[in-house]
Design a protein around this ligand. Structure first.
Ligand SMILES: [Cu+2]
Length: 342
């Protein structure tokens, strides 16, 4: 398990089935399924390049909705729903005033209908009403990005809470006309909670649990859809070099839990609260709420080497439910700023 410890609860309330002959004996979960994709967690460094144009443009975008089995953590499989086979879905980046022609295609392998509601859209359902696509179907909408900010997009079918929990959310960044200040690196993460019929860390296939969702009692709270993905126990930390300024976009898909977003061993030196890019950022904020259905943007400075841990400071979600990612700052020590052995 991860450095933070993933302490699987021994209780498995509501799901104690009598193990029948030949079934898994430890808790009644089905055996882990074979996976459709090796990795569901989006690469945090996969951020579109900053806007470098100064007149309105038209963008042609295509996004596919999919249903894929993958691992929440090793040995724990789950049936995800995604935009583009990843959680969160691909980040969209445009300039205020741009026109976006967006085609949503639902994979032929899907079982149910999906759509997309973008919080950057003036229009019915943020586009959801006109992008409802059955398996194998496509729909196209065109919209103008009228206001700046970094916003969530998500599936918004009637079962939307379940679809978002299963992974269907992402971010669209609408840069102000004058752009954003230059930084050395940009990273993109998403937080969502997953409600299953198992306990954290319990091996096997975790089915979706609607009662747990209605009670807002998730099994996992994940960064990019997987438990502890960006730690030594997952794909490893994201590395940056000492002295770099790093801008982080943190999308909270929810569907239900507010994030108390914090960087352990650091501070949000600039915070674009609620993803608002129309006003000056707040300075040196320790922990900030990121409500479901919003994206925060913040910058960190990296004056000393070592790990910076991205967490939701509701810490049981970190210690027990998976909500941890690490940025590893590489470089020589700076004892005048931090001296571990004076
Ligand atoms: Cu959906």
């Amino acid at each position: 398990m991860a450095a933070a410890g993933c302490i699987g609860s021994s209780s498995n309330e509501g799901n104690q089935e009598e193990p029948s002959d030949g079934e898994q004996e430890d808790g009644g979960l089905e055996s882990a399924k074979s996976v459709d994709v090796d990795r569901i967690a989006a690469d945090p460094t996969d951020v579109p390049a900053p806007v470098d144009w100064s007149e309105p443009r038209t963008h042609e975008l295509e996004i596919e909705t999919t249903e894929r089995t993958a691992e929440i953590e090793p040995g724990v499989t789950f049936d995800y729903m995604t935009f583009g086979d990843q959680v969160p879905g691909p980040m969209i980046r445009v300039r205020r005033g741009d026109t976006i022609r967006l085609t949503l295609t639902n994979s032929t392998e899907s079982a149910v209908v999906h759509n997309i509601d973008l919080h950057a859209v003036y229009g019915p359902g943020g586009g959801a009403d006109d992008t409802m696509v059955d398996p194998g179907q496509s729909a196209t909408i065109e919209f103008t990005a009228m206001y700046p900010g970094v916003h969530v997009y998500h599936c918004a079918v009637p079962d939307m809470d379940m679809h978002i929990s299963a992974g269907m959310y992402g971010a669209i960044l609408v840069e102000p006309e004058d752009g954003l200040p230059e930084v050395d690196r940009e990273l993109y993460f998403g937080q969502n909670e997953i409600y299953t019929n198992g306990a954290p860390g319990e091996e096997g296939h975790h089915a979706f649990d609607y009662d747990a969702m209605q009670n807002e009692e998730p099994t996992y709270v994940t960064l990019n859809g997987e438990a502890y993905a960006f730690t030594e126990n997952g794909y490893g930390p994201v590395t940056v070099q000492k002295g770099e300024t790093v801008r982080i976009f943190h999308a909270n898909g929810g569907p239900n839990l507010m994030s108390s977003w914090h960087a352990i061993g650091n501070v949000w030196s600039k915070l674009y609260r609620d993803g608002s890019l129309a006003s000056e950022p707040d300075r040196y904020v320790e922990t900030t709420p990121v409500v479901p259905g919003s994206v925060a943007a913040a910058e960190i400075d990296t004056p000393v080497p070592g790990p910076i841990k991205l967490v939701d400071h509701a810490l049981s979600r970190v210690v027990r439910k998976g909500m941890l990612g690490v940025i590893q700052v590489e470089g020589e020590p700076e004892p005048e700023i931090f001296n571990p052995d004076p």
